[in-house]
Design a protein around this ligand. Sequence first.
Ligand code: PLP
Length: 552
Amino acid sequence: MTHNQKSADVSFESLLKIFTIPEGPDSTLTQIEAELSHNLNQFLREHIVAEEKPLTEIERDFSDPAIPEQPQFVSEHTDHLMNTLVAHSVHTSAPSFIGHMTSALPYFLMPLSKIMIALNQNLVKIETSKAFTPLERQVLGMLHRLIYRQHDGFYQQWMHSASHSLGAFCSGGTIANITALWVARNNTLKATSDFPGIEQAGIGQALAYYGYKGLAILVSERGHYSLKKAADVLGIGQQGLVSIATDEHNRIVIDDLQQKIAELKQQGIKPFAVVGVAGTTETGNIDPLGDIADICHHEQCHFHVDAAWGGATLLSDKYRHLLSGIELADSVTIDAHKQLYIPMGAGMVLFKDPDAMKAVEHHAQYILRHGSKDLGSHTLEGSRSGIAMLLYSSMHIISRPGYGMLIDQGIEKARYFAELIQESTDFELVSEPELCLLTYRYVPENIAATMHKATKEQCLTLNNALNELTQFIQKTQRETGRSFVSRTQLNPARWYHHPTVVFRVVLANPLTSREILQAILQQQREIARLAPQLMANISRIAYSIENSTPMP
Ligand SMILES: *Cc1c(COP(=O)(O)O)cnc(C)c1O
């Protein structure tokens, strides 16, 4: 690549310009900015190329480990980015991309995030975030009130209190879950008159002092993998994350929860936290939160609700009741970068008790002094962006009823899609939508009837063959680049708990129409025909089941 003379110069004068004057009005960057503000969807449609480039080829564009020795003009570099990076990005906001929790974004977040970046506030301490700190505390107050519905006096008293905290902003649900369980752990192994607390003494001494052989966190088998990370970093160990059985609706089985708690206690292990899931990542189901709360109350253990994805449902008058019992939780995780339509990097954890986070309070001399309002004294992360501003703005611009409508349309569209699947003779609905998430698979015509007649062993053989087909369809559909559903593996009771590969669909994008959903099913049927061998294999197995002949 040839650089012109000017771009090859490194001068302090030109470096100063980077911090002050931008390039002229006809630069590539200015053009791109104009396109982005004029029509976000069109920008993405035009600049992301549809056809799939193999990852290994994309990697070739990003293979040079040397830091460039020569500077580049901003416009020149932007061209490079458009061709290498933007062109092969994933069009996550396409209305036919219904496989992810990563959502489309409202247009106003583009210019507003520029304000956020321009101000570059650091929320770790008030010195670098005056105005942003109270804003963030207010946003946490809004979410707290949405969940716990305390009286106005409560928020006047605690929202801006230096020594209290209604919760924390963080980069996502993972850190939010870790924070909740960190608080729960420290409150369980807290300081006494002759023990300095786990935060000082460490886990070994803390367990010895309290006479526990270990600690356990309990969650249903549909719990998110971030809880494994939490168990690991908190010194509990992944073995300390105890998995509880789920029923046919993917909800935690309360009897099993009680039994596991009893077993742990008998072994001298302290079950210090139970996690209820409000919107499981794979199936979108909600645990019986009220029942879990009763058990936690009785066992004196921390009740955390992982509502990273489903928590936004509280904004809907029509469906908020689905999460009833969440107000009994000691802590709740909600991701703003899922159903609150905020860009990536916005998670939150809320605590019912404004004193709860004292268990993880940290102080330092130059910042986070005692009595300061520095948010960093209660967060796992240090330096943090002012992304709370984007949620603050969205709450004002969209408003609560507006968010409610977005939630309602998603749930109702999922119900429509479920009906569409059930009316089709060649699709099987695997998990019904409780929120806007459902799973299903393609089962060729007449095979469903055979499935119901099959013995357990025959069913396994047929299921394995169907799994191959589901994987093929999902992969091929993704590679065509026009539409996308994701895939996961479940163990439905209906199919003897056999591993069953399914399509997973999340319907949060308001631009996803019913026609798009119909087209997605049609496309999947057509892709199935591109795999005659897989289809023939399924027919052959079905034939031998129907005719009770041994499998050839
Ligand atoms: C997405 C999700 C998480 C993890 O959140 P990140 O923002 O990806 O870290 C945790 N729990 C549930 C239920 C989720 O859906």
